[in-house]
Design a protein around this ligand. Structure first.
Ligand code: SER
Length: 842
């Protein structure tokens, strides 16, 4: 049975719109990852954004629970149910149906579609929720309904956000398999398995912990696909189900060991972690030193350590990407597109870690011998800092021995080091400000951006805010203006805001805050709410920005054509005089690749293709092959821009014809982070300026060289320099005259210029037996060095003796030693003694 499909179709038949899974990186800054099916809809629950016409939706959402409030990383492998990555089936009502239907639908699905035996089903409700208790009695006997407190039956997304009492459906896996004291309804045992959580969304928790009522009671349900699959297949562990066993079998094949459930922790860890790694990478998150990329690193390294326990000493996890794509690529087709790139990234990370893991484990084991209960924070830090062992990996290793780590010491050292910003996902710091905007949005409504067609217009001022976002009724100082119709494009999608004037006051910036398009105007003539004013953008700046923006689309297309379709956009910046485009790619681009990309973009410009803009549904847009960014959240209705051969979803402003871009020059290529490259480029007037500057520089160089043929002049100069360098070297050689004492070439000399160490090396290279001591005085400092080759004296002893005469000290090896000194007046004496010393020795 395809449970995913059955679920979505069932709820579609109940009037729900099927919504595609949103990205694992939510647009909500208070969350590290999408950790539940409701996350993409959070703003609809809270009323921040209105719900579109379908008030019932259903989805199968990919989720990650590693880091943040719901963090399951440490448990994965040790239990039958925990995962870092999982799929959550859910049905949602946004102020439409509530408890009664939610309960009825859930019951119908489990009993009639999944056909789970009713005698194995139990439910729980919140202890105060009499309504739910009563509603359930329509479907299930009273004695199968349990009441639990907040700990079990109150759900919230994170420290803040929508929440409410919930009701859960449990499946009894059978007394025959579970007999621990905890195997009762509500106990910690595995016998009664929670399969579905129905949340009656009623509140929003704010940062100070208070609950306020949501605008409309809503429904959020979540059913773990992995659990239900296991139950339907009669398996007692998710890992035994068909979602995981092919991965586990592949691990067993690669390590030539068989999987036994009881001792199979490492197999399970790897099987789980490869899924999250593949999904995160395919969605554009890459291994990094901080933030989400660091969570990905922790996940993969935890798996690699378990691989090490299974005997893998070489990269192996990249070899599992294939089986994950085989299992999941049918539904999540982007996995197949990114497969090769994902494999490569995993391979590179494996190589990075495997080069240090052995040494790290050795250090860990050594320290273990000194550990009674608490493992040293210093060693944990060393493992982290030098050997790349994330703290939770060390903790994981200690957990197996029932030990803990001195976390305070670790943190102190981490703090001391202060070399990198720690990932801090404490939510959007400007929560209070966000709340204000929400209120303003309610009061003013959204304004309309008319700037796609118009560059100036008369508008009414709907509201004013001072520089600190405090609402005011009149504004003379710098502050924010909200117009009913605005031609000003607010910074978004990488494109910088328009410049211009509103009522003769210069517009410094335009930003979008929760649907409010606000322009920051410089201090000037007083503005009042309801004033009618004239707004006009800087047309020239807009046009130049549009040219750069359109060029990023062509560049994106050319990159995918030349480097491969695994390339995806990882960020961009578009201004009126430059563009920057970040994309996923492993290595620096070669000169030839850059030339072909530049050439290809210019070809598309010269082809003068008309730009075609269409509005369509997100689904149609994706079907049409338009490129959408993974980490971007789109509305249901999107703009699709076709520009020559490129087709992308985009809300920005663009040229009408590619020819308007003029010409395109790449000015720089560089690396941003592991696996992400950056191209900087210029078009149109900025391109002219760039080329003009290059020419000017060239002509200055020609003038300086007094030659039109720069290349051959530079070649000639280089030859001359190397010739002179050689001469200089040889001149030292001849300076170093020597005498022959019993077959050893001896040189004791004062040389006040040149590198005496290099001279000594050269001298020693010239002869098979040599003893040389050179003294150099510069200003009031003396440096002396000695070299000995195959002769019966030690340079270290020799130099020490002579340095003492010069009031200094020093020493070194038998074949080379150096020292300092200060008595310049004693140099002659020192030279004499040095020669005496060597003569005696020989
Ligand atoms: N949000 C709830 C959960 O994650 C129900 O979907 O359990």
């Amino acid at each position: 049975m395809d449970i995913r499909k059955a679920y979505l179709n069932f709820f579609a038949s109940k009037g729900h719109e099927i919504v595609l899974s949103s990205p694992l990186v939510p647009s909500d800054a208070s969350l590290l990852f999408t950790n539940a099916g409701m996350v993409p809809f959070k703003s609809i629950f809270t009323g921040e954004i209105p719900c579109d016409k379908s008030k019932r939706k259903t989805s199968c959402q990919t989720c990650i629970r590693a880091g943040g409030k719901h963090n399951d990383l440490d448990n994965v492998g040790y239990t039958a149910r925990h995962h870092t990555f999982f799929e959550m089936l859910g049905n949602f009502s946004f102020g439409d149906y509530f408890k009664e239907e939610a309960i009825a639908y859930a019951w119908e699905f489990v009993s009639e579609v999944l056909e789970l035996p009713k005698e194995r089903l139990y439910v729980s409700v919140h202890e105060n929720d009499d309504e739910a208790f009563k509603l359930w009695q329509k479907h299930i006997q009273k004695d199968r309904i349990y009441r639990f407190g907040d700990k079990d039956n109150f759900w919230q997304m994170g420290d803040t956000g929508p929440c409410g009492p919930c009701s859960e459906i449990f499946y009894d896996q059978g007394e025959e398999h579970f007999h621990s004291a905890q195997d009762y309804m509500g106990g910690d045992g595995d016998r009664f398995l929670e399969i579905w959580n129905l949340v009656f969304m009623q509140y929003e928790r704010s940062a100070d912990g208070r609950l306020s009522a949501l605008p409309k009671p809503s429904i959020d349900t979540g059913m773990g696909l992995e659990r239900v699959s296991a139950i339907k297949e009669g398996k007692l562990s998710n890992f035994d189900s068909s979602l995981f066993m092919p991965i586990i079998d592949e691990i067993a094949r690669l390590c030539h060991k068989s999987y036994v459930y009881e001792s199979g922790v490492s197999f399970r860890v790897i099987a789980d972690h490869i899924r999250s790694s593949v999904f995160l990478l395919a969605q554009g998150i890459n291994f990094d030193k901080e933030g989400r990329g660091y969570v990905l690193r922790r996940i993969l390294r935890r798996a690699l350590r378990h691989g090490y326990l299974l005997g893998f000493k070489e990269p192996f996890m990249h070899g599992l990407v294939e089986v994950v794509c085989m299992l999941m690529g049918g539904h999540y087709t982007y996995l197949n597109e990114k497969k090769d790139w994902v494999k490569e990234q995993i391979y590179l990370e494996e190589e990075r870690f495997l080069s240090t893991i052995e040494k790290g484990i050795e250090i860990f084991n050594e320290e273990l011998l000194n550990t009674q209960k608490v493992f040293s924070g210093e060693v944990a830090f060393k493992l982290y800092d030098t050997y790349g062992f994330p703290l939770d990996l060390t903790e994981d290793m200690l957990k197996e021995k029932n030990l803990s780590v001195d976390e305070a010491k670790f943190e102190a050292l981490m703090h001391e080091q202060k070399t990198r910003a720690k990932a801090s996902w404490k939510g959007s710091g400007d929560k209070a400000v966000n709340g204000e905007f929400k209120n303003l949005l309610e009061k003013w409504g959204e304004n309309c951006f008319i700037g796609y067609d118009k560059t100036e217009c008369e508008s009414k001022i709907l509201g004013l805010l001072d520089e600190n976002f405090k609402e005011v009724s009149s504004l003379g100082n710098t502050g924010w203006v909200m117009l009913d119709n605005t031609p000003f494009y607010a910074t978004s999608g990488g494109q910088s805001a328009d410049g211009g004037v509103i009522a003769d006051r210069e517009v410094l910036d335009t930003q979008k805050f929760f649907g409010l398009n606000l322009s920051l105007v410089k201090a000037g003539k007083e503005l009042k709410v309801n004033d009618r004013v004239y707004a006009k953008i800087d047309k020239e700046k807009r046009e130049q920005t549009a040219r750069h923006h359109s060029a990023t689309h062509l560049l994106h297309h050319a990159l995918r054509e030349i480097l491969g379709t695994q390339v995806s956009q990882a960020g961009s910046l578009v201004e009126s005089n430059k563009l920057r485009f970040d994309f996923t790619h492993n290595k620096a681009l070669s000169k030839e690749e850059l030339q072909s990309i530049e050439k290809r973009v210019n070809e598309m410009i010269i082809n003068s293709s008309e730009a075609v803009l269409e509005n369509m549904s997100l689904e149609d847009a994706k079907k049409s092959g338009a490129i959408a960014l993974f980490n971007e959240k789109y509305q249901d209705n999107v703009r699709v821009l076709t520009l020559g051969e490129s087709k992308e979803l985009c809300g920005g402003t663009h040229v009408k014809n590619t020819a308007q871009i003029g010409s395109f020059y790449i000015t720089k290529e560089s690396g941003v982070s592991a696996g992400v490259r950056r191209i900087e480029a210029v078009v149109s007037k900025a391109a002219l300026e760039f080329v003009k500057n290059q020419f000017e520089e060239l002509s200055k160089i020609k003038e300086e060289l007094k030659s039109n043929d720069i290349l051959s002049t530079v070649k000639k100069l280089k030859n001359e320099i190397s010739h002179l360098k050689n001469e200089l070297k040889n001149s030292h050689k001849s300076e170093l005259d020597h005498e022959n004492i019993h077959g050893v070439k001896v040189c004791v000399k004062r040389v006040d210029s040149g590198d005496i160490k290099a001279m000594i090396d050269e001298f020693k290279n010239r002869f098979s037996k040599a003893a040389i001591l050179l003294i150099q005085a510069k200003e009031d400092k003396i440096t002396l060095a000695a070299g000995v080759k195959d002769a019966p004296l030690k340079a270290g002893v020799w130099i020490k003796e002579i340095a003492q005469i010069l009031g200094g000290n020093g020493g070194g090896r038998d074949d080379f030693a150096s020292a300092g000194g200060k008595y310049i007046q004693k140099i002659d004496e020192a030279l004499k003694q040095a020669l005496e010393f060597v003569k005696k020795a020989l």
